[in-house]
Design a protein around this ligand. Structure first.
Ligand SMILES: [Zn+2]
Ligand SMILES: [Zn+2]
Length: 374
């Protein structure tokens, strides 16, 4: 397979989460070409997800690999001649790489003698939005395959091509969206005593919320409470009826995650009471719980990576980015890791530009690892 050509095709097809219709069609086309001659391969579909199951000769396990396939609402500024055909969406998180690598792995798993174990390659929609992992797992789509262990990778712009990084335990934070609306009574700004001002309540809440990390979270644990949106009102002299704040709550353990949700809810309602307005709090967690690598699968993976000739294995600290692979880890023994792609600009930027030489290295390494799991 010409991995660079395939990656550029997926890069051009960048599509919104759960709307990856063209991407799914292209995945199915290539998977069909690669697997067409093998009667022990089954390709199943669920909405925009594609599942490729390779039946083993004498299976005691089903080893799964997960790739996410969706893009982001970003206008691409790479200047590439293969830039996204939809100017409103871009593969700025490297999921075109993930999709291509999974197809390359499929090809390698079918190369040579038929494997003893079962393999399942999962092309998952909607990692960026809540949540393709939940869609597949909660609807029982994966149940028939009896997955015994599962792996996934994410590209890392900060690391060189050929570098593989992971650690046992927590790798990614849990991320919960918080949507808080304060509703008061609007009116003329010259008569504030006749209003119930939701902006002042929102501002107090925003300031108070900073105390959660400083005063409620164990300083040894990490946590983030960041509000990226605060909207209210239209003009200088009208107090509006509502103020809306949206933010993200992040932490490295499920316990701290619950604490953040509890405190943000309490503070919103207590602040609303103090300012004589009402608070409405919506928390959306879904699949983005912490990615906590399984000890056994991760030890096995690290041992293999350290002795593999063509890559450099490096340890890494956990990060506050979120990943719905955490939802797989909740259900199956699993390991996630980073693949170095050496991009000058970071994930989720309009100039994200991973080095395509990482594709072949990743395919060879991961395929050899998966085949080693006898
Ligand atoms: Zn992303
Ligand atoms: Zn991503």
């Amino acid at each position: 397979m010409d991995l660079i050509k395939v990656r550029r095709e997926f890069h051009e097809l960048a599509e919104e989460s759960f709307q990856e219709f063209k991407t799914a069609e292209h995945i199915r086309k290539i998977a069909g070409q690669v697997a067409g001659d093998f009667d022990y391969v089954e390709i199943a579909e669920h909405k925009t997800a594609t599942l490729v199951f390779i039946k083993g000769t004498n299976p005691s396990k089903t080893i799964a690999w997960r790739a996410d396939i969706d893009a982001l609402p970003i206008k691409e500024e790479t200047g590439h001649d293969f830039k996204s055909l939809d100017e409103n969406f871009m593969h700025a998180c490297g999921h075109d790489f993930h999709t291509t690598i999974a197809l390359g792995i499929l090809e390698q798993l079918l190369n040579g003698p038929r494997q003893e174990q079962n393999y399942l390659i999962i092309f998952q929609p909607a990692e960026e939005k809540i949540s393709g992992a939940v869609e597949l797992i909660d609807n029982g789509i994966l149940d028939p395959y009896n997955i015994t262990e599962i792996y996934a990778a994410h590209v890392s712009p900060e690391h060189k091509v050929g570098e593989i990084l992971t650690k046992p335990g927590v790798l990614f934070a849990g991320a919960c969206e918080a949507h808080v609306t304060f509703t008061g009574q609007g009116g003329h700004a010259a008569f504030p005593h006749l209003t119930r001002d939701p902006i002042v309540a929102g501002a107090a809440f925003l300031t108070n919320a900073q105390s959660i990390v400083a005063r409620n979270v164990d300083p040894i644990d990490g946590a983030v409470v960041s509000f990226g949106r605060f909207t209210a009102g239209e003009t200088t002299n009208i107090i509006p009826d509502t103020a809306y704040l949206a933010g993200t709550l992040r932490s490295l353990s499920n316990e701290t995650n619950e604490l953040l949700k509890q405190r943000i809810t309490e503070l919103a309602h207590a602040t609303a009471k103090g300012y004589n307005v009402e608070a409405d709090v919506k928390l959306i967690q879904d699949g983005t719980i912490p990615v906590i690598n399984n000890e056994a699968t991760t030890a096995k993976f690290i041992d293999f990576a350290k002795q593999y000739a063509n890559i450099d294995f490096l340890p890494i600290k956990e990060k506050m980015t979120g990943e719905d692979f955490g939802y797989f880890i909740k259900h199956y023994p699993a390991t996630m890791f980073w693949i170095g792609v050496d991009s000058p600009s970071g994930l989720h930027t309009a100039t994200f530009d991973p080095d395509e030489r990482a594709l072949a290295k990743a395919v060879d390494f991961v395929s050899d690892y998966l085949k080693s799991l006898t």
